[in-house]
Ligand binder design. Sequence first.
Ligand SMILES: Cc1cc2nc3c(=O)[nH]c(=O)nc-3n(C[C@H](O)[C@H](O)[C@H](O)COP(=O)(O)O)c2cc1C
Length: 203
Amino acid sequence: MPARRIVDNHQKLNLCTPIVNLVRFIVCISGASGSVYGLRLLQELPGEKTLVMSPTAKEIMEYECGIEYEEVKALADHVHEDDELGAPVASGSNRVDAVFIVPCSMSTVAKMSQGIADTLITRVASVALKEGRKLVIVPRETPKSQFMLENELRLARAGVTVLDASPAFYHRPIELGDLVDFVVGRMLDQLEIEHSLYRRWRD
Ligand SMILES: Cc1cc2nc3c(=O)[nH]c(=O)nc-3n(C[C@H](O)[C@H](O)[C@H](O)COP(=O)(O)O)c2cc1C
C-alpha cells in the first residue's frame, strides 16, 4: 500500500531531524481522507508531541495506510482519546506552542467555526483560539459547499492557518510521497521549522 510505504521508508531512513527543542505541539488527526499527512507530520515534527485521534480517524488510518492506532501512538510522547475532555491539553493553562489538525474533516471545521468543543480535538482548537496560539488546520474535502467555505473563512478571520491538503507540482514530484511531503513541508514552514521535504520554487 503506497501510504504505508511512505511511512515505513522514513522510519528506516530516520529522516526525522529535530531542529527546534523545548517546543510542545498537539497533533490532532480527524476523520478525513489523507491520514497519511498526519502520520508524516508526526514523523517530521520535532519537540514534544501530544496526539489525539478521533474514532473515525483511527478507522481511516487503518483503511488508507494499513497502520493500526498502536503504531501511530508510538510516534507521540503523549496520547489522549478524543472523549478525554479532562486531559491536560483541554486546559488553556497547559503550555502548548502550536496545534495541528491534520487532516481536518468538514465536521470538525464546522464545530470549530461555531465554538463547539464537545470532543478533545475541538476543545484543543477552542483553547488555541482563546489563548491566541498558532492553529494550523489541513482540511480535505472537495467540492466544498457554501457552508464549508464560510466555516473556513470564519476560522481564517479568527487567525487560523487554513492549509489545504493541496500539493503543488512545481517541485516535480515523482512518487506519491513527494506530494504528501510537499504539504507536510508547508505545515512545517508555518512554524519556520527547517526541513528538506520539498524543493522550493527556483531553489
Ligand atoms: C472512509 C471515510 C472517509 C472520509 N473522508 C472525509 C473527508 O475527506 N473529508 C471530510 O470532511 N469528511 C470525511 N469523512 C466523514 C467524516 O469522517 C465524518 O464527518 C466524521 O463525523 C468526522 O468526525 P471527526 O471530525 O470527529 O473525525 C470520511 C468518512 C469516512 C468513513
